[in-house]
Every structure is written in C-alpha cells, then in structure tokens.
Ligand binder design. Structure first.
Ligand code: NAI
Length: 456
C-alpha cells in the first residue's frame, strides 16, 4: 500500500499532524521509535509541569499560615511525587494512542529513514520493513546539547544529567548544580529548591532566561535568590571534575560549585541526520557561523524537496511544543491544498516557575535592536484584586509594549500568567490596537484584568 503521508516522529508536531491528516481522510503512517508524545510528553513539558505542581502544592502547604491556615508539618514524599509524574505521563501517552487510532493513523514503533524516491512515492525503511508514501513530514525533534566542556561528557550517566535523566534520579540530590539558567535550568532549579535541595545556577550570560524580558527575569532571579538559590551569572563553565563544576567569573576568578547532581541545560539541537535527508538533497538551515542547525522550510513548512515537509524542533527555529503543533497543522493544510501559513509573530514563551513568567511578542531589547519605537505600559500585579487575594506579599509585573498604536509585546511575572498570556497572543497575532484592547470586558475578579488595567 502507498500511504498519502508518512510522518517521522510522534511528538507534538508529528502526532498533531497525524491526527489532523487522518481526520481529513488521508491515509497516514506515523513512525516513532520511542513512546508517542515525544520529548514534550515523555521527558519535557508534561513530566516537569507535574513535578512543579507537586512543588507548588508543597509551597502552599508550607506557607499556609500566610492565609490563616495551619498545616502542622508539611512534608514531601519525593518518590510519590515522581510516581505520580509517571502516572500522568502514562495516561497522556495512552490518550495520544487513542487519538491516533480514532484518526485511523497506522503507528509503527520503529525509527524510519527515507531510502529512495520512486516515480510518485518515497520509499522508507523502518526495522525490517519497507513502506511507501506520496508525501513525507519530518518531525524528528531535538536533543540536549552537551557542550565540549572537559569532564562533562565523561560524567554523563553518573553525576551529570540532562532533562531526561533528572526525571528518574534514584534519590533526591542534596546539592544540585545547574549549568545554564535558561528555561529548563530555571524550572528544575525551582522544583528542587521547593523540595529542599540546595541549588546553584551557573549561567554564561549576565541574566537568566535568555531572551525573556530583562526586568522580569531579574525580578524572578531576586525571588529565587531570596528562597536560597545561588546564582553565578556571567560565568563560563570551564571544566567538570567529578561532582565539581569549575567556572570562571567575569573578573577572571576561577571558582568551584559542588553538587551530587549536575544538570546540563545549555540548549537543544535539532535532530536531522541519519534519516536520508542528505541523500534526498534536502537543504539545511545554517547559523551565522555556517553550521547546519535544522531543516530549512518555507512558511508552508515545505523543504527544498517537493513532497518533503518538516515541522517542530527539527527546523531548529522556535523549539517549543506549541510552535511544533501549529507547524504540523500548517504542513498538513498545505498537503491538503488549503491556504495556510506559519506565523511566528505571537509565539508565547512560558516558564513554569513559582511565580510563573510568560511573554509574547517583542521585548524592549528586541524592539530596540530592530529600531522599533515602543511605548511601555507597566503595572505591578498588585493592582489586581484577585492577585492580592491569592498572593500574600507576592510581587509581580505586567508590561505591555505598544508600537504605532498596536499591542506588540506582553510580558508578565505572577500566577497564573501562563494562562493569561493566551489573551495577549490573540491580541498580538490579530494585530489588536491598544484602544481596542481597552474596550474588551474581562471577567472580574481575575488576574487577567491586569492586561486591561495596564493600559489605563
Ligand atoms: P535555553 O536556550 O533556554 O537556555 C540555555 C542557557 O544556557 C542560556 O541562558 C545560555 O546562555 C546558557 N549557557 C550556554 N552554554 C553555557 C555554558 N557553557 N555555561 C553556562 N551557561 C551556558 O535552553 P534550555 O533551558 O536547555 O532549553 C532548551 C529548549 O527547550 C529551549 O528552546 C526552550 O525554549 C525549550 N523548553 C521550553 C520550556 C517551556 O516552554 N516552559 C521548558 C523547557 C524547555
């Protein structure tokens, strides 16, 4: 049988695309060498959010007295927390399996590669079998970068872990050193800090959370410093010696941080080799240094080779689950000859620390780099009655950037900004003006009202 569409990789790009394509009547085969759901469901978004929710519940219990509630002795059963995480993942992976079945998608639990192009179909090989498909969608995702720091790779599997191994540690570390204070680094710093591990973050840049709003990143850092997390910013890790991370400060001083666990979270790289792309002549995207970083695609997610599409982290571009699913949808619509285009104007970024950070659209730094003049509207979260009711002594901020009368950026610190940011995504993606946003009725009392209040 020749399938209409073969999808390589069953993460948020692959399984969403497979579901949409199957529902639209295409015959679809999906290859996934591990569990359905990809990194997001198995070792990324979902397990970490499950762990972080347990940490949040523990935080509430420990600080319940702030709300007039007495909890005599709150404690955390780390093994129960991790067991619950496994249960949640298992349930959701099962859910994806059912979705695939309902959409009539054939799932093959093997790694596949493209081996030949025939007259009107591609040939793929997976395990011992060969398959044929008229179109191919590559969604092979990304993997953690292990930088060439002496001693780092040697420590992998023992003291050094990535986002994957840290999800199944044999026991809670007493001291954790995090190399890289980006999203993954800060989420794990947050979780382990809450459950009582001593956490040190060593970050190369002068700020945590990379491109996220500077002021908000600094506020979050200050809150975690107060909770006991040690930050070493502008520090370059030069070696890992057993359980010791050696780093150089901006002043050139050589320092050491010790941990029974060392998390390396310095970014991810697209996984595009060994699947036949080079042989098919698929063009790769390169960075400023000329190094290939992902599969080059256009706004319809087409690669340079007709009939081959790519979506998700493998494009090396946005590397977020929600970008991946939308890219998968665009690819399927293009295959179905429905007009669609990928827009990166309003991709939200959320960090699920406690408090949460969320942002969408331009930051002040990006606007200034692009020469865009912006007006910044700013309001502390404490202007929201609901925020005050639910965040005793909590500090947060909402910032809205306006350019030419339109909302072009929204950045927030405070719970539940991960939920509120969706409204900002709609405003930015649809080009809403500040005046139009001011006329929208928000439910009262909710923290979301801050979006409107900030503009007055
Ligand atoms: P990241 O790019 O967010 O952060 C990596 C950090 O490591 C950067 O701040 C960088 O300056 C620093 N760094 C690089 N080399 C270093 C060195 N040698 N020593 C010290 N610091 C160094 O990457 P991260 O956190 O690994 O996340 C990977 C991807 O996963 C990102 O694309 C992220 O957006 C995505 N992700 C998204 C989440 C979310 O949406 N909540 C959660 C987790 C991951």
């Amino acid at each position: 049988m020749t399938f209409d569409l073969a999808i390589l990789g069953g993460g948020p790009a692959g399984y969403v695309a497979a579901g949409r394509a199957g529902a639209a009547g295409l015959s679809v085969i999906l290859f996934e060498k591990n569990e359905l759901g990809g990194v997001c469901l198995n070792e990324g978004c979902i397990p970490t959010k499950t762990l972080l929710y347990s940490a949040k519940v523990f935080d509430y219990a420990r600080h319940a007295d702030k709300y007039g509630v007495t909890v005599p002795e709150a404690s955390v059963d780390v093994s129960a927390v991790f067991k619950r995480k496994d249960k949640v993942v298992k349930k959701l992976v099962g859910g994806v399996r059912v979705q695939m079945r309902n959409a009539g998608v054939e799932v093959v639990r093997e790694a596949a590669s493209i081996v030949a192009k025939g007259a009107d179909a591609y040939q793929l090989s997976a395990g011992e079998e060969y398959y044929e498909a008229r179109q191919i969608l590559v969604c092979t995702g990304s993997e953690a970068v292990i930088p060439p720091i002496p001693g780092l790779r040697e420590g992998l599997g023992t003291t050094v872990v990535t986002n994957r191994e840290i999800l199944s540690l044999p026991q809670q570390p007493q001291r954790l050193v995090v190399i890289g204070g980006g999203v993954i680094g800060m989420e794990f710093a947050s979780f382990f800090n809450s459950i009582g591990t001593e956490v040190t973050v060593v970050e190369m840049l002068p700020k945590i959370l990379g491109p996220m709003d500077e002021e908000i990143s600094a506020m979050l850092q200050a809150q975690y410093a107060k909770k006991g997390v040690e930050f070493h910013l502008g520090c370059k890790v030069t070696a890992v010696e057993g359980n010791t991370v050696v780093y150089e400060t901006p002043e050139g001083e050589v320092c050491r941080a010790q941990g029974d666990c060392i998390l390396v979270s310095v970014g991810r790289r697209a996984r595009f080799t060994g699947i036949g792309l080079e042989e098919m002549g698929v063009e790769l995207a390169v960075n400023a240094a000329g190094r290939p970083v992902g599969i080059k695609v256009d706004a319809q997610m087409r690669t340079s080779v007709p009939g081959i599409y790519a979506a998700g982290d493998v494009t090396g571009f946005s590397m977020l689950a929600h970008t991946a699913s939308r890219e998968g949808e665009v690819a399927v619509n293009t295959i179905l000859e429905k007009a669609d285009a990928m827009s990166y104007k309003a991709i939200p970024g959320v960090v699920y620390t406690n408090p949460e950070v969320a942002g969408v659209g331009l930051t002040e730094a990006e606007a200034s780099a692009k020469g865009i003049a912006v007006t910044v509207h700013k309001l502390p979260m404490a202007f929201s009655g609901r925020f005050v009711a639910e965040n005793e002594r909590g500090e947060g901020l909402c910032k809205i950037l306006e350019a030419d009368g339109a909302v072009v950026g929204v950045h927030m610190l405070g719970n539940p900004s991960s939920e509120i940011i969706a409204a900002a995504c709609v405003a930015i993606e649809k080009g809403l003006t500040v005046e139009a946003l001011k006329t929208v009725v928000f439910p009262h009392p909710t923290v979301s009202e801050i979006l409107k209040e900030t503009l007055f």
